[in-house]
Design a protein around this ligand. Structure first.
Ligand code: 5GP
Length: 219
């Protein structure tokens, strides 16, 4: 007779998911990502490589892998990125290895990437991708958050504000949209999406074996 832990193992076996958050800078995406990561142990963050200078509060290899332009180009040349893009004059890219390993183990991976990266991942593997676009409640709120963050110079803040509108024009390419009025509520909404998407039949690769056992076993 099948042991209970076998059944549970089978039932739980599923495909890992690429869970993408995109938004204009300052819409609260990083805070939502942080909330998701602290509340969900089955989610790990894809740490991007970037040529952007490190901000004061950031930690190398935790927030980003901070690399030089020649190093980034070398990684690109060696096919080490799953996707890459230029954002605000800096290069950003998703290292392939950690993502592939996690997905293979049925683990979900969280991506904080822009619309260009989302489009590239969508071309590679649309089946295993779930995307959320975060919008600010007002354009003033976006500006306030960028200023409050005070990690970038005025010039960069202006550049990010100017880019926000063109970034926001990509909202319709995403599966879900969250208007981030209240951080707690937005984290809960993103968690609900994550939980529901995990239950999608096609992601639960252990289901057919599980149901076969259910229907053929003596009781
Ligand atoms: P920041 O410099 O504020 O950390 O990020 C700027 C923008 O680059 C954000 O929209 C962020 O989502 C995006 N980004 C960060 N890492 C990656 C990446 O690996 N690939 C792509 N395509 N975009 C990224």
């Amino acid at each position: 007779m099948t042991q209970i832990h076998d059944i549970e193992h089978n039932k739980l076996k599923r495909r890992g998911m690429m869970f993408i958050l995109s938004s204009p800078s300052g819409a609260g995406k990083s805070s939502i990502a942080h909330g998701l990561l602290t509340r969900d142990p089955n989610l790990s963050l894809s740490i991007s490589a970037t040529t952007r200078p490190k901000r004061e509060n950031e930690i190398n290899d935790v927030d980003y892998h901070f690399v030089t332009v020649p190093r980034f180009q070398e990684m690109l040349h060696h096919g080490e990125f799953l996707e890459h893009a230029q954002v605000f004059g800096n290069y950003y890219g998703t290292p392939k290895g950690p993502v592939m390993r996690a997905l293979h183990q049925g683990q979900d991976v969280l991506f904080d990437i822009d619309w260009q990266g989302t489009q590239q991942l969508c071309q590679i593997n649309p089946q295993d991708l779930v995307s959320i676009f975060i919008l600010p409640p007002t354009i003033q709120a976006l500006h306030e958050r960028l200023k409050r963050r005070a990690q970038d110079s005025d010039k960069i803040i202006d550049l990010r504000m100017a880019s926000a509108k063109s970034e926001m024009s990509h909202w319709a390419e995403y599966d879900y949209v969250i208007v981030n009025e209240d951080l707690e509520q937005s984290i809960n909404n993103a968690l609900s999406i994550l939980k529901s998407e995990r239950l999608k039949r096609r992601r639960q690769t252990g289901l057919s074996g599980f149901v076969t056992e259910l229907t053929t076993e003596e009781f």
